[in-house]
Write a protein of this length. Structure first.
Length: 301
């Protein structure tokens, strides 16, 4: 552990709260709740739905849910601000657990998910795991968004991170760091993990793929997400340059754009090796990086 903020007395058998930010009521939430009911652990935990919609539909669904008692399922109003970061923060404020775990409403955790994170958290202040995409996604979605190998997930050229869809953090650490920053439309999880480590806390990462992660299945949502990811990561680089985060080199950016040009979808896929959706995703990420890099001075020669 990186600090005395975490009491060693409860690291072995902590109380655990699982927090799920929910932007709108979707049937996919029930699949995630069922997966949580099938965790291979023999100790109790509770599940808190952080309702970012605030229209009453999510809270009504939770109140009458058949797994309510089994999961100690509750709902908290997180409609004050739009965004997953705010929803996670509201959930953390309301959670009773010593150890907070975060997953997303549209994914499906594997039976070993909770146990994997709990074991990792015995040693680290913040913990994360790898995810897999082959279970829930179509061939088209997979062709648009190839999955990073587990051994490379959670890595950057600055500091490692845990994805918000599979993260654990001691509640005392989460509060001490200040929670997630809702000013980020994307990469809030990366920013939180960097801030925690720069505050002296430790981060552990398991390459076990214990979450079935759902990709964007439609083109427009995928492209919006891609732009936000590019913009958000460039914003992070600019903000954390004083702390040692490497800037984006202009020559590297130019090489990326050259690669996009010579592998554009006007050429046969057999030549370029890129599906049209994959190329479009890369384009929108790069456009986001340019916008974010200029706005937050993330470039250097």
């Amino acid at each position: 552990m990186g600090s005395d903020v975490v009491n060693d007395a409860y690291t072995a058998h902590p109380s655990i709260s699982v927090i799920i930010p929910v932007g709108s009521l979707d049937p996919l939430l029930d699949a995630q709740l069922q997966a949580l009911a099938e965790q291979d652990v023999d100790y109790p935990f509770d599940v808190l739905i952080s309702d970012n919609a605030g229209d009453g539909r999510v809270s009504d669904h939770v109140a009458s849910h058949p797994l309510r008692d089994r999961l100690q399922l509750t709902c908290v109003d997180a409609s004050q601000q739009v965004g997953a970061a705010h929803a996670r923060n509201r959930g953390a404020e309301s959670a009773s657990g010593d150890l907070l775990m975060f997953c997303d409403a549209d994914d499906v955790v594997h039976p070993s998910w909770l146990r994997t994170l709990a074991e990792l958290a015995r040693t680290f202040d913040v913990a994360g795991t790898a995810v897999e995409t082959h279970t829930l996604n179509s061939a088209r979605a997979l062709s648009w968004t190839p999955t990073t190998p587990p051994e490379n997930q959670g890595r950057t050229d600055f500091l490692p991170f845990a994805i918000g869809a599979s993260m654990a953090c001691w509640a005392s650490v989460y509060r001490d760091v200040g929670g997630m920053d809702n000013r980020f439309r994307a990469s809030q999880d990366v920013e939180f993990c960097w801030r925690a480590q720069l505050s002296g806390y430790t981060l552990g990462f398991s390459t076990d793929t214990v979450v079935a992660y759902r990709l964007r299945a439609e083109l427009r949502p995928m492209l919006r997400q891609s732009f936000r990811l590019g913009f958000g990561f460039a914003k992070l680089r600019g903000i954390y340059r004083p702390q040692g985060c490497p800037a984006m080199k202009v020559r590297t950016v130019l090489s990326w754009w050259t690669a996009l040009l010579v592998r554009n979808p006007l050429l046969p896929t057999a030549w370029t090796g890129l599906a049209r959706g994959h190329w479009s995703r890369a384009l929108f990420i790069r456009v986001g990086e340019i916008r974010g890099g200029i706005a937050y001075r993330a470039f250097s020669w």
